[in-house]
Design a binder for this molecule. Structure first.
Ligand code: SAJ
Length: 561
């Protein structure tokens, strides 16, 4: 009987994993495993099961290769989908790829627990004595969850970890727009409640993570590193936003400063000059804000256990402070646009982009929606455009924007007098002449997505400005100051993470092999392809303020612990 692998949740994590596992098994011929995707028959996602069984990928946006792999593996009988989780009764391994979210200062495990409970119910009556089925949780987990709430979920149904079910976690490092390529090429962490379980997941993934390394570690370490990668990305965006806000007030070119500082600390990328290059440098790229299903929640997940028992440390947290700095970005965009255009009350404003990131259809926590909603609250007459977001998108509706949303770019532009670019879609970057032509009444364009440059508007009467678009070159002293200010923040984050790891080891990892050691946390975080270079903990040097400017995060850095 061939192996049966289950994948619960055909989203941006589960779909590429299922397709790639199926293709690997297909290559083995008829003896290869069958991969069965499970999606409960919900109003918003039940449609994915018949779509997949027709050989159609349910993932929108620009996803090279995914559709081809889904089509071929379904046709070959190695990939299928079902609404019924009971079809996983005899599964040898199950990947759990459902979304986790935050609720207050902790995780919202509603969907995860629903999946685990349903799976445990199906497995409760499996004949004992066989090899216990393997569970690999791909979803991002708040540190300590595997050894506490996940283990307890199965135990509540009589399934004892390692005896009746093998529990591991291998957090996804997907990147919309590059889903298939990133799974194959990225290093991946593999945790387990036992080293044997982690090694079993490593073997299962060996055929699909072909360009990256599978790093075996403890569940707790994998949980900490995964949430840290996103939390530290959020911090670096917040730091860049603080510096850019000061540069904009001084008319200094933030992106030239960014490139100079990133070169000094040897953490560079191509993102300053390309809106669709994934930023990975030390200073990241400030935009309309930070959205998605990951960065807004993972710093809070990382702090979950410690926050409730150490509110003083939480108050000094750089990770938590960064959330507030980034959430202020839409308001800064409006203020800067009004500096250019005067009051936006009564103005016809077209917002370009509703998705939370470029070349994606995803609107989860999208700052573009916050921006459009805030503009309307100020009395602006808003149209919101996006080429990929569906007109019945649940988040567009949640903000009450369905009446002003359109996929028709010309229609959005026809009467606009102000344009705000909020999402860095490549079609916008490459379509400026057509945009200006379709917007005859536009006098002001504010770029909050690093799409264009001043010289793109030399022949145009449109007044252009944007985040980080100052005209003056940064001088050497400023470059060194921002480098020193950044080094203080990265050291502060290292001290904060060490404090969290110590807390978790003391309170949620009684056995040494379950614990998370700082040197391994740093080594594994460094395998993140978008940069997560955490220095050793140590004393923080705060530079003298530069012409009265000292980023809040730098000022806070010595207190983080
Ligand atoms: N953003 C900026 N400036 C930047 C980078 C991002 O404003 O320099 C904004 C984006 O516009 C977006 C948000 O932040 O609104 C998140 O962008 P992202 O590039 O982090 O994209 P995600 O959230 O889809 O992917 C992140 C990635 N995490 C890291 O790079 C550490 C990805 O590798 C993870 O797999 C993913 O979270 C996840 O699922 O955890």
């Amino acid at each position: 009987m061939s192996t049966l692998i289950g994948v619960i949740g055909p989203g941006i994590v589960g779909m590429p994993m299922a397709a790639l596992l199926a293709r690997t098994e297909m290559a083995k011929g008829p003896a290869g495993a069958r991969v069965l995707v499970v999606q409960r028959d919900s109003p918003t996602s039940g449609w994915k099961v018949p779509a997949i069984n027709r050989g159609e990928s349910p993932i929108g946006g620009v996803e090279p290769d995914l559709q081809t792999i889904v089509e071929s593996t379904v046709a070959a009988g190695h990939l299928a989908a079902t609404h019924d989780i009971k079809d996983l009764r005899d599964a040898d391994a199950v990947l759990v790829c459902v979304q986790t979210d935050k609720s207050g200062m902790g995780p919202d495990y509603g969907p995860l627990f629903a999946a685990l409970d349903a799976l445990a119910l199906v497995w409760r009556d499996r004949p004992k004595g066989l090899t216990p089925p393997l569970v690999a949780i791909e979803s991002t987990l708040a540190p300590s969850s595997m050894s506490t709430v996940v283990r307890e979920r199965f135990a509540a149904q009589g399934l004892v970890a390692e005896r009746d079910v093998r529990l591991g976690n291998s957090p996804n490092r997907v990147m919309p727009g590059r889903l298939v390529a990133r799974v194959a090429a990225s290093d991946k962490l593999v945790g387990g409640l036992s080293r044997e379980t982690a090694a079993s997941i490593q073997r299962l993934y060996g055929g699909i993570v072909t360009g990256g390394t599978l790093h075996v570690t403890s569940s707790l370490t994998a949980e900490i590193v995964k949430t840290l990668e996103n939390a530290y990305r959020d911090v670096r965006i917040a730091f860049a936003a603080e510096v850019a806000r000061w540069c904009d007030a001084e008319d200094i070119d933030f992106f030239r400063l960014r490139d100079a500082v990133n070169a000094l600390v040897h953490q560079e990328d191509a993102a300053s000059g390309n809106a669709t290059a994934v930023p990975s440098g030390a200073l990241l790229v400030p935009t309309v804000g930070v959205g998605g299903h990951c960065l807004p929640k993972d710093g809070i997940l990382l702090w979950w256990r410690r926050h409730s028992s150490d509110p003083g440390a939480a108050a000094a947290s750089l990770i938590l402070a960064s959330r507030g700095i980034n959430d202020a970005s839409p308001a800064h965009v409006i203020a800067r646009t009004e500096t250019l255009a005067g009051s936006l009350s009564g103005a016809r404003v077209a917002v370009l982009g509703a998705a939370y990131r470029f070349d994606s259809e995803d609107t989860r926590n999208s700052p573009s929606l916050v921006l459009a909603s805030s503009l309307r609250a100020r009395g602006a007459l808003v149209t919101l455009h996006d080429p990929y977001v569906r007109s019945d998108d649940v988040n567009v509706r949640k903000y009450g924007l369905e009446g002003v949303f359109t996929n028709d770019l010309s229609g959005a532009l026809a009467e606009a007098t102000v344009l705000i670019a909020a999402t860095g879609h490549g079609v916008y970057r490459d379509g400026l002449p057509g945009i200006l032509e379709a917007a005859p009444a536009v006098t002001v364009l504010f770029d909050a997505a690093n799409l264009w440059h001043r010289n793109d508007f030399q022949e145009s009467s449109v007044r252009y400005d944007g985040i980080g678009r100052g005209r003056l070159a940064p001088d050497e002293g400023l470059v060194r100051f921002v480098r020193d200010a950044f080094v203080a923040v990265e050291r502060g984050v290292a001290n904060e993470v060490a404090g969290i790891a110590d807390y978790l080891n003391s309170n949620h990892a009684p056995n040494l092999e379950e614990q998370a050691q700082m040197d391994q946390i740093r080594a594994l975080a460094a395998t993140c392809s978008t940069g997560c270079l955490i220095p050793e903990p140590g004393s923080v040097q705060v530079p003298e303020a530069w012409r009265g400017f000292l980023p809040t995060l730098t000022r806070m850095a010595p207190l983080a612990h």
